[in-house]
Design a protein. Structure first.
Length: 308
């Protein structure tokens, strides 16, 4: 994933030491990398991506699970979420095979539309099939999936209180030795510093934040975000700077934060209310920011003993 991970846990009697636990955690990450990485040619998904249109390949159950989850989000959002936008990311300079940041021509944008689209991806038994020259990119959900997998492994080993983080996606379960909760900081959308905008006290939840405030480029005075809207084949152009989602599953939080980021402040807030998603929005306003939270977010904080 080209990033870092961390695991903090409360060690009780009979639980594994750090030296015993670390290789077990890293084996989970190695499995995810081997199956889903777009930065290594020998991963399962890259072999699929390199295959010609009209072909099928047998895939691990985890890959098929993520494809099904991605399709659920695509259908729920009328295509705002799409796992097949890797050619679009490459074209705009943000993908693993990008050739530099630049604004594509109209002809290039027209041509790339034939190379992505979740409706061209389908599952037949244990095989993943493509009806066009499409490529799958799990970067919007793989980290959340990895966090859930690590959390499940910790539970199997008898660890009852932990904070797992991978590439910024988190899951907090249990309490610290002094009885206090794990506290998660929502980062303020600033490019030059890391400042906490809100602190969450959580037990049993995953947290994911998506934002456009660090990964972008500028050309002719226009800012272009790495977050792509598949419906327009272009970076998002609205005022939403960041969105944080809290969910029992880090996978769902990861995917939903991307989906809401694409939808933007108005449509995203409406989607979160309709689907009862616990979401916290940070929106550009003038030279500063304003925040808004969904009703499910406010209720969850109260349930967790925090203030909305």
């Amino acid at each position: 994933m080209g990033s870092t991970y961390s695991v903090k846990y409360v060690r009780g009697s009979g639980m594994p030491s750090v030296q015993e636990l670390q290789p077990l955690v890293e084996s989970v990450l190695a499995d995810v990398d081997r199956q889903m990485s777009t930065y290594r040619d020998d991963s399962d998904i890259e072999r699929f991506n390199d295959a010609p249109a009209g072909t099928c390949q047998k895939m691990p159950d985890d890959v098929l699970q993520l494809v099904r989850f991605g399709e659920t989000l695509s259908q729920a959002s009328d295509g705002a979420f799409d796992l097949t936008v890797e050619p679009l990311l490459n074209l705009w300079g943000f993908g693993p095979r990008a050739k530099g940041d630049r604004v594509p021509s109209a002809d290039e944008l027209q041509a790339v539309r034939a190379q992505f689209g979740h409706q061209r991806l389908n599952i037949r038994d244990d095989r993943l099939c493509k009806d066009g020259p499409i490529q799958v990119d799990f970067n919007s959900i793989a980290a959340g999936f990895a966090v859930d997998r690590i959390a499940a492994r910790l539970q199997q080993l008898g660890v009852k209180s932990y904070l797992v983080e991978a590439t910024g996606e988190l899951k907090a379960v249990g309490r610290k030795p002094d009885g206090s909760p794990w506290r998660i900081a929502i980062e303020a959308p600033q490019t030059d510093a890391r400042v906490a905008q809100k602190i969450l006290a959580l037990d049993g939840y995953g947290v994911s934040t998506s934002g456009d405030y660090r990964n972008y480029f500028e050309q002719d005075g226009q800012r272009y975000s790495h977050t792509m809207d598949p419906r327009s084949a272009a970076p998002i152009r609205h005022s939403l700077a960041a969105v944080t989602v809290i969910d029992r599953a880090a996978l769902r939080a990861d995917g939903l934060s991307t989906l809401l980021m694409v939808l933007g402040p108005e449509a995203g807030a409406a989607f979160a209310e309709r689907e009862q998603i616990a979401a916290f929005f940070v929106t550009h306003q003038g030279d500063g920011f304003v925040t808004h939270s969904s009703s499910a977010f406010d209720r969850l904080l109260v349930e967790q003993g925090d203030e909305p």
